[in-house]
Design a protein around this ligand. Sequence first.
Ligand SMILES: *Cc1c(COP(=O)(O)O)cnc(C)c1O
Length: 413
Amino acid sequence: MKRTDLLHIVQKHGAPVYAYDSNKIISQFNRLTDAFKGVNNLRLNYAAKALSNLAILRLMNSLGSGLDTVSIQEVKLGLLAGFKPESIIYTPNGVSLEEIEEAAALGVQINIDNLSILEQFGAKHPDIPVCIRINPHVMAGGNSNISVGHIDSKFGISIHQIPHLLRIVELTNMNINGIHMHTGSDILDIDVFLYASEILFETAKNFKNLDFIDFGSGFKVPYREGDIQTNIEELGKKLTTRFNEFCSAYGKDLTLAFEPGKFLVSEAGHFLAKVNVVKQTTSTVFASVDSGFNHLIRPMLYGSAHEIVNISNPKGRERYYSVVGYICETDTFGNNRRINEISEGDILCFKNAGAYCFTMASNYNSRYRPAEVLWHEGKAYLIRERETFDDILNKQVDQKELFEPKKEKAAAK
Ligand SMILES: *Cc1c(COP(=O)(O)O)cnc(C)c1O
């Protein structure tokens, strides 16, 4: 997407606004598919929670992606967007048996990540195939940043509990058709990831009726220059070889599944906000935009460094700014960033704003959530309207008769 395309979107739909480039999503999807072209059955299940707008889900479906969901609501969104139930995997954590049964009744692939629910579900529905989520407990060099599925993670069934798991499967006579891991950490070191995969293969040998092995996600994309990113092509080569070997030994061509979220949509997203105030203090120049962590919480929540560009003044002299929001709370987007000179009214573009940005937006400070626009084949399509005051009031029950102002009571006498 060009700078002028982004400005055009702001002109047409106002700011703040999220703009997504369908081209980038498609090229990321193809890149991942190409990296694993040596696998007979590859399945990419897009992780809906990264960006769950219906238009994005429909785009993914049209590419041949499946869908990874973490709530019954995401399952329903996926079905509404045209995914077949069998293309949806439901991978929740800590949800009730009732919600899992509801998802199973819709025909989606169930993935269970604790023994208590596995035992209850298996006893009641031995005929419904279930995938199990394993926690491989791999630590690399003691650095928790590059560890996968660490010991105190709430996700997955510990590999140390496999004997208990097998007992449940045997006693309930349930059908385990998939093995899964998703560690939540970034894949920085391919060898660490491959090591965790070995544990998954080892676990898989215990089950005779598998259809797929799901390696989750964790593909890292660069946020700023010099950032480490996952070498997808190298991972593709190495894991493909190992996976095909495993399938030969297992005696069946299994499906290799991934659930990428960030990798597919992060770089496709641009968050565009207008500068309300440029404020010089004794130590800093602040640029305050018409947004805050109510719209983009990642910098405050995770310390994510989203690159910030002044698209209104691309040739301006570079100066240092702290870019902040308009929320009555500290909501810094970036400290001491070198940005082309900013004037009030300029449009700033926050990059890598596709994944976990809009989906984490809120109405804090009673502000409206932004509009979303999809840039597709040279045109801007509105895919979510900006909220209005009605959305702030929506679902509130105004019990006004409970609290009549004192004065009015006196006047009524
Ligand atoms: C969030 C999530 C993903 C996606 O992770 P990314 O880092 O965005 O690729 C995949 N699988 C599961 C089970 C998830 O919860």
